[in-house]
Structures are given as structure tokens and as C-alpha cells.
Design a protein around this ligand. Structure first.
Ligand SMILES: [Zn+2]
Length: 257
């Protein structure tokens, strides 16, 4: 079975469901101690919102909940957001305000406030995670690194937290499809966390075997819905796009070394 198809995704989920008995949204992980055992599914909706909805339906069918992070305005698709929340999933804000304002912190905070407000007219938003724009020099998380500004996130904006900054990943297996592979890291300029749990797999078979055997008791499965489709034409087109993007990112990495 080919990887990055919904069929394959469903298979991963069935195995994970058997091991973890279910999944938790991120709003249940932030602002409190982490449970000793959990599986959390995170989706950054970077483009192609309709694929996120397809994925949300697969999860719903299996009785699982996931957290979907939307960009404003790039993937602010009211119908899809409502439908996904309607299936019982969490909706969050995939923010990129420093990239948008070329690093101007004040303008970025205003931009964050406005876009969060826009999303909240459609869904309940209590968590956020940054979008990494590979070709821009800003790390959007820097918006909250200063403790005073981080307070704004919780006190003023009423958020439970930011997924990269407010979760300690040391003892979490962080499994991500960034780079269209499971080798966590190679093409990832920003999407990596500091974990002491190895979570790198040479193939989809290896990943499935890991889920089937002894997955780490705390697990985050980070999957980009745009990449997953059962359509053969869509699959080939996405493969080409991911390959080109990886090459571009590796180019940027080389330049920055
Ligand atoms: Zn993103």
C-alpha cells in the first residue's frame, strides 16, 4: 500500500487506536501536566483545505479526535473549518505573523489579534502553533519567547498555549511527515522539537511496525493533510511539489550553514 494515501493513513490510525484506545486534542495537553500515556494527532493545514476535511472524516469514522491548525487568510476556509469542528475535532490557529510583518513585533501582535478574532468568529480557538515559512528568515515563535509577551498569549488572548513553546517534548515521540518522509529532521528547518525519544523511520513499513509493536507511551503524530490523497493524479502532483520544496529547503539550509 502506497504511503501518503488516506487508505494508508487509516491503517496507521487503526493501529494507534488499538494501542492508545483513542486520541486527545492539544487543548487537553496544554496548561496542565502531561498524562503518562496519550496519542495526539496534529494537522497543520498549510494549503488544500479540502484534503483536511477528507482526513477529518476518516478520523471521525474511527472515533478519533485530532487538532487542525489553520492559516489566516491562506487556509481560512469557513465551510471546512466549521465542518471539521462539527466532527468533534479541535481547531487552532497556525500563525505566521512575524513573517507577515517582516519581523516587526508590534505589528505582528496586532496581526495575531486580528486574525485570531477572525478565526474565533468561526470556531473555538484555544491553542496555536507557528507556521514555518521556509523561505523567510523569521521564526514565528519568537513572538512569544519574551515572558511578558508570552503572558499576553494567555492573559490577553485567552489561549492555553503554543504547541512548540508550551509542551515539553523531552519524553514524547514526535513523529512527523514534514519533508514527505518519516526521517524527522532532514528537510525540516524549523519543524523539530527537542525530544530524547528516537522517532525516525526509514520507510512506511518501519513506521507501521513501530506503531504495531511498542510505540512510546507519549506520542504526537504530526501529519500535513495536503500531502495525503487517494487520487493517483493528486498523489503524483503532490509528490512532485514536495520534492521540489525539499530541494529548495535544502538549498536554503546549505546557504545558511
Ligand atoms: Zn505550516
Amino acid at each position: 500500500m502506497k504511503d501518503f494515501t488516506l487508505q494508508r493513513y487509516e491503517l496507521y490510525l487503526r493501529v494507534l487506536k488499538g494501542k492508545f484506545k483513542g486520541s486527545v486534542p492539544f487543548r487537553e495537553l496544554l496548561g496542565r501536566g502531561l498524562p503518562s500515556r496519550f496519542c495526539a494527532i496534529r494537522h497543520d493545514v498549510d494549503r488544500r483545505t479540502y484534503r483536511a476535511l477528507d482526513m477529518a472524516r476518516v478520523e471521525h469514522k474511527l472515533g478519533l479526535v485530532a487538532s487542525y491548525y489553520f492559516r489566516v487568510p491562506y487556509t481560512f476556509d469557513v465551510e471546512v473549518i466549521r465542518a471539521i469542528e462539527g466532527l468533534g475535532h479541535e481547531v487552532g490557529y497556525h500563525y505566521e505573523n512575524l513573517s507577515e510583518t517582516d519581523g516587526d513585533v508590534y505589528k505582528a501582535l496586532v496581526d495575531f489579534a486580528e486574525k485570531l478574532e477572525q478565526l474565533r468568529r468561526v470556531a473555538t480557538i484555544t491553542t496555536c502553533c507557528m507556521h514555518g515559512r521556509p523561505l523567510k528568515p523569521y521564526d514565528n515563535r519568537d513572538l512569544w519567547r519574551d515572558p511578558v509577551r508570552h503572558n499576553l498569549l494567555t492573559e490577553r488572548f485567552g489561549m492555553l498555549g503554543e504547541l512548540y513553546l508550551d509542551i515539553d517534548y523531552t519524553d514524547i515521540a514526535y513523529i512527523t511527515d514534514t519533508g514527505r518522509n518519516w526521517t524527522s529532521g532532514r528537510a525540516n528547518r524549523r519543524d523539530h522539537v527537542s525530544s530524547s525519544v528516537p522517532a525516525s523511520f526509514g520507510s512506511s513499513e518501519e513506521l507501521l511496525a513501530y506503531f504495531e509493536n511498542k510505540p512510546h507511551p507519549r506520542l504526537v503524530f504530526q501529519v500535513h493533510p495536503e500531502r495525503w490523497t487517494d487520487s493517483r493524479v493528486g498523489h503524483a502532483a503532490q509528490w512532485a511539489l514536495d520534492t521540489a520544496t525539499n530541494m529548495a529547503k535544502q538549498g536554503v539550509n546549505l546557504l545558511r550553514r
